[in-house]
Ligand binder design. Structure first.
Ligand code: MLT
Length: 399
């Protein structure tokens, strides 16, 4: 008889964002006349940049002609896109070669797939609160998760803890959900810790494009020593609005080896076995993101989301509500007012003002008492949500 992967029995009933979507759907069915404002999942609301659309259209035209038609794409990524991304890093002063860049269909897919490189016996350290897929993907693989709680006291960017060593270490900066960023000095501590212990850091850089502080690293490879202990996973979802278009990239240095095995070569072997590459059309659109005009246009979109962050932060400031994020990141992570627990606050906002956010507890138990707003909505919805939130808080604080 088939033995299913029993590790699924160790997962929570449903994935965080799926569970929230179900709750909101139920509420909406019971209250069809209410306008719900969604500041929950970090899904973008602006269309793709014009330059990207033109490149996608060119890609479609190429596929219509025998002379420019593409069949299977190279499994590790089209050479033109690997080169473009390699140059993007090199222009930022990070020395990587094009064949250290792998094109993926998005960071969330890749964060699951990349675990093929690691033994089941490895442990995974997750700095919490954390993007829940890190924990779930390791549970599915039957791996042990070690949780390192961060807090408002350490700015949600903890130092390594000698008592909590692990084979795989997740670091996300700018952080989802807290919006906190790791400085060079902090990252150096983690890089040294990983090299000393033979661990591998999985660095999630999905939100790097939101960094505005010039001292904050965009890539772990800005840190000395990272090429012998880190893999970087990035995405165009948040950078360039590719959530529904799907494209990402991963950097695996050739210097990354453990026990005589080379991770870059292993990933080539993995990709050539498990994929037939990412769509030519989408890679063509992706390359346009890195052009001069593409960069200008995506920065305009990011500035639009940052306006949303300001609108929401103004309300929180007015009520002296403590929060992190919103500056170098598209998320605002706030302390629930009146010490409410995060699901109670979620229900209050949904039922009373029809604003959806994400309860902090969903990102790990140390997220209890916190709440996350995404700033990826439209200005109109964010302004409306801010108005409703302000009147809700006035009432709550009897102001
Ligand atoms: C989030 O809201 O945390 C993200 O949008 C989820 C994701 O990127 O998959």
């Amino acid at each position: 008889m088939t033995k299913p992967n029993m590790n699924y029995a160790n997962l929570k009933d449903s994935y965080l964002f799926f569970g929230i979507a179900q709750r909101v759907k139920k509420y909406s069915e019971l209250n069809p006349d209410k306008k719900i404002l969604r500041l929950g999942i970090g899904d973008v609301s602006l269309p793709l940049a014009k330059t990207v659309i033109s490149a996608l259209a060119e890609g479609v035209s190429d596929q219509a002609e025998k002379s420019s038609f593409h069949g299977y794409m190279p499994e590790c990524g089209a050479p033109f896109l690997r080169k473009t991304i390699g140059e993007f890093y090199r222009n930022r002063g990070v020395k990587i070669s094009d064949d250290e860049v792998f094109v993926s269909s998005g960071a969330s897919d890749e964060l699951g797939d990349i675990l093929d490189l690691f033994d089941k016996e490895n442990s995974a350290l997750v700095i919490e609160p954390a993007y829940p897929a890190y924990v779930d993907a390791n549970i599915i693989a039957g791996r042990k998760n070690i949780h390192l709680a961060s807090s408002i006291e350490n700015g949600f960017t903890p130092d390594p803890d000698e008592e909590k060593k692990a084979d795989i270490i997740y670091i996300c900066s700018p952080n989802n959900p807290t919006g906190a960023v790791f400085t060079k000095e902090k990252l150096k501590k983690w890089v040294d810790f990983a090299n000393e212990n033979g661990s591998v850091i999985l660095f999630d850089a999905a939100y790097e494009a939101f960094i505005e502080d010039e001292n904050i690293p965009h890539s772990i490879f800005e840190i000395d020593g990272a090429s012998t202990c880190a893999i970087e996973i990035c995405s165009l979802s948040k950078t360039a609005g590719f959530t529904g278009t799907r494209l990402g990239y991963t950097v695996i240095p050739k210097a990354l080896e453990r026990q005589g095995m080379n991770f870059n070569s292993m990933w080539v072997r993995n990709r050539t076995t498990k994929t037939n590459g990412v769509s030519y059309i989408i890679q063509k659109g992706g390359a346009a993101v890195f052009s001069k005009q593409g960069q200008k246009e995506i920065k305009e979109n990011i500035a639009y989301y940052k306006e949303n962050a300001k609108i929401l932060m103004r309300v929180l400031d007015e009520f002296n509500i403590e929060y992190t994020g919103g500056v170098n990141a598209p998320y605002i992570w706030l302390k629930c007012p009146k010490n409410l627990d995060s699901w109670a606050f979620f229900d209050m906002l949904l039922n009373e003002i029809q604003v959806v956010g994400t309860p902090g507890e969903g990102f790990g138990s140390c997220g209890e008492g916190f709440f996350r707003f995404s700033t990826f909505g439209s200005h109109e919805d964010t302004i409306e949500a801010a108005i409703r939130l302000k009147s809700f808080l006035k009432h709550l604080f009897n102001k």
